[in-house]
Design a protein around this ligand. Structure first.
Ligand SMILES: Nc1ncnc2c1ncn2[C@@H]1O[C@H](COP(=O)(O)OP(=O)(O)O)[C@@H](O)[C@H]1O
Ligand SMILES: [Mg+2]
Length: 492
């Protein structure tokens, strides 16, 4: 399979064989070409060269519908279920042969029959919106099995799951493959999952196969070396011991309502000093998102105040520039970019109205913007086909590198980061964490909200636990104890 996007060769003569009844991992860094490969197989993309061969016969696959006809199904990284419908309705909806008028009693009987010999149980009547991420992912998989897929492709299926949920689901898929019911091709960048569940692995790097083999002959170290192609991971930045400076960011009795008008943040008071990373730990949904939205200027507080450098702060664009406040949000494509605009334009959001980027006051100096973008692309190792490519064509890790380049390349006094490494690969994570540590060492005040306790233990100087909208526990990182922090996160 070969696939080009303009001048970028996303897949360069890639071959892969999926044995019947095997669990095959497709491994590689962000931007390696993993999603492109399976999208070519599923008929989302037309490859420039190459063939899909099923049971020794070359098949023409022009759309996912064609792929389904050959019993190839795919589970996406993001959920595709209709939240307002029940589980049963979602199953029925997925069938291509569904008649206009659904005979629900028959449909239900069929579903119950089908579920009888499935390894996991689901509540057919539950509305999808009420289900946890793990449940939804199981239903996505069951849906494919209901459509009688025997080749199941999964694109980073565990990125939305907790480690416990991931193990459960991958274990079940492994069993089904072993039982000969399925052949599984799973995209991942998590070495742990490959080592624990895969029979075979193919490693991609920059669109090429750089390694493959049976897992019993490979170790996690072998795989990591193949993924990053011998290049070293950036060493983690050292935390420089220094006394912290004055208060840069201060929240005083801050209260924030969520979309439904319920109080999501309750009387939160907190200070972040220059040269300090304050980590906010907590299970998602305890008010962190609403708090970050207020700090980023995307939501109004209902009470309380925020000050930066002792001045009242409402997160307007002017204030952010004056006080050098920057943000690294999760899902950067949605929260920090305009996806249909180019890489160069997205990199210039903070500065496009500065004189160096304008011509005769009103026009944008595109050449200067492109040149500045090229420089940042090189410095932050952003993989993009050109400065004019739409930012939506970048992989997740590269979108976050772009946001990082935009937010951290200048002088940073306050940084608000919310799950900045969520869903990214090892190299991107290492780079982003090291850049945050360096910003702290240079004297930035950083508020790091994260669901990843490892990340907080690595980066924070001080850890605060948020539960039910309140800050319930605080400790210097040197004295932080995982068990105690975990108890407070659970509200005990
Ligand atoms: N629709 C597209 N247009 C242009 N470039 C794309 C498109 N989709 C992917 N790419 C580029 O192809 C390369 C491989 O991307 P992808 O297959 O998504 O990587 P992976 O899934 O391994 O992270 C990346 O450099 C990405 O920017
Ligand atoms: Mg991908």
């Amino acid at each position: 399979m070969t696939k080009r996007f303009g001048s970028l060769v996303a897949l360069d003569d890639v071959s892969l064989t999926l044995e019947p009844g095997s669990f095959h991992a497709l491994l590689g860094e962000n931007g390696a070409g993993k999603s492109t490969l399976v999208k070519c197989v599923m008929g989302y993309y037309a490859s420039d060269k190459g063939a899909v061969i099923v049971d020794d016969v070359e098949r023409i696959i022009r759309s996912p519908r064609d792929a389904h006809a050959h019993r190839i199904g795919m589970v996406y990284q993001h959920f595709t279920l209709v939240p307002s419908m029940s589980v049963a309705e979602n199953f029925a909806l997925a069938r291509a042969d569904l008649s206009l008028v659904v005979d629900w009693p028959t449909e239900h009987r069929r579903l119950h029959e089908f579920l009888k010999d499935m390894p996991f149980k689901v509540d057919l009547e539950a509305p999808v919106s009420a289900l946890a991420a793990g449940q939804k992912q199981k239903i996505e998989i069951l849906k494919q099995l209901y459509l009688a897929s025997r080749i199941l492709i999964l694109d980073e299926p565990t990125s939305v799951l907790t480690p416990g949920e991931a193990d459960e689901i991958l274990g079940l898929l492994h069993e089904m493959a072993r039982g000969g019911r399925l052949s599984v091709l799973m995209i991942t960048h998590k070495l742990r999952e490959v080592v624990a569940f895969a029979d075979e692995v193919t490693v991609l790097r920059r669109g090429r196969v750089v390694g493959r083999g049976r897992m019993e002959k490979l170790t996690a170290q072998n795989l990591a070396a193949m993924m990053i192609g011998g290049s070293e991971l950036p060493p983690p930045a050292q935390r420089i011991a220094h006394t912290t400076g004055q208060v840069r960011l201060r929240l005083d009795h801050l209260c924030v309502d969520d979309d439904k008008g319920h109080q999501a943040v309750v009387n939160v008071s907190l200070s972040v000093h220059a040269g300090e990373i304050v980590g906010i730990a907590g299970v998602s949904g305890n008010g962190q998102a609403e708090m970050v939205e207020v700090l980023a200027g995307q939501r109004e507080a209902s009470a309380g105040t925020i000050t930066v450098h002792g001045e009242p702060y409402r997160a307007t664009r002017m204030e952010m520039r004056r006080h050098k406040v920057f943000c690294l949000p999760e899902e950067p494509l949605r929260n920090a970019c305009v996806s249909r605009m180019s890489v160069a334009e997205n990199l210039a959001f903070r500065v496009f109205d500065e004189t160096r980027f304008t011509i005769a006051r009103w026009g944008l100096n595109r050449a200067a913007m492109r040149q500045a973008a090229s420089e940042l692309i090189g410095r932050y190792h952003i993989k993009a086909s050109s400065t004019d490519a739409p930012v939506s064509s970048l992989s997740g890790g590269n979108v976050q590198r772009l946001v990082l380049a935009r937010e951290l390349s200048g002088d940073v006094e306050v940084l608000i980061a919310a799950n900045p490494c969520f869903g990214l690969d090892i190299a991107a994570i290492a780079e982003i964490r090291s850049q945050m540590m360096r910003a702290r060492n240079r004297g930035a005040a950083i508020l790091l909200v994260s669901e990843d306790l490892d990340e907080l233990f690595e980066l924070a100087d001080r850890m605060v636990v948020m539960f039910n909208g309140e800050l319930v526990y605080e400790t210097p990182i040197a004295d932080a104890d995982l068990a105690i922090v975990g108890r407070h996160m659970a509200g005990h």
